[in-house]
Design a protein around this ligand. Sequence first.
Ligand SMILES: O=C(O)CNC(=O)[C@H](CS)NC(=O)CCC(=O)C(=O)O
Length: 263
Amino acid sequence: MKQQLAVVQCTSLSLPDENKVQLDHLISQAVRQGAGLILLPEMCLSMDSRQYQNLANDPATIEWLADQATRHGVWLIAGAVPQPSPGNDTRVRSAQLVVNPEGELVARYDKIHLFDVDVNDSQGSYRESDTFSPGSDLVTVDTPFGRLGLSICFDLRFPEQFQALREKGADIILVPAAFTHTTGKAHWEVLLRARAIETQCFVLAANQCGWHDKKRQTWGHSMIISPWGEPLAKLEDEPGVAVFDIDLTELKQIRERMPLIRS
Ligand SMILES: O=C(O)CNC(=O)[C@H](CS)NC(=O)CCC(=O)C(=O)O
């Protein structure tokens, strides 16, 4: 079995077709390094809100993911892509899609905490809820690598969501993101390591990096963290992939020696 887990870091721009070319290269690179599960960042198919309705309603979005997963025989997780909202809400959802190596969509998590925040950067303020409606349901999914707990980006600041995922039996928590350069520099690694230490889970964090348009810059520094809080593999601020062969016996030992949650 391909044992490694991989996080992809990219600079997604506006056009989905161009972003697919970049992702295609990075996914192939991860596969060459032995990845059997690959996490892509938030909004990997486009960082431009003018594209979101089309992406949400175009069956090609999921077909592309399924094709990549089957072609390489890997679990592929699109950190988040726009998907339709239930009911009459015309906004889209920021949805994390989990596709298995047979190309089946086995789970969807809709981002719960939306980023309506004033950041003192070149963009100034972010109002994610203008474009996206919030999800409400926690999602875990079983894979041969362990049970995944799903979160997206700004969720990282809400430790109760991570505790709830741990209580639902998560071994590996996913944090795909488009964390801003300003807030990422200040908080990204500290928050990720804290969530890993508190939940005693592996954390896979795949961030966007670089400039997406004239105003929008993200932090990069994607990483894989152990349940003891150590970064096991790390990227800097350029597109790339980080892989690591995680060992769930390490997680069991940490939880036995330091019981934090009765499970
Ligand atoms: O809206 C889009 O185009 C794609 N979505 C994002 O980039 C989202 C919402 S704006 N970004 C975050 O949640 C950053 C959180 C963050 O940076 C922090 O918590 O500090």
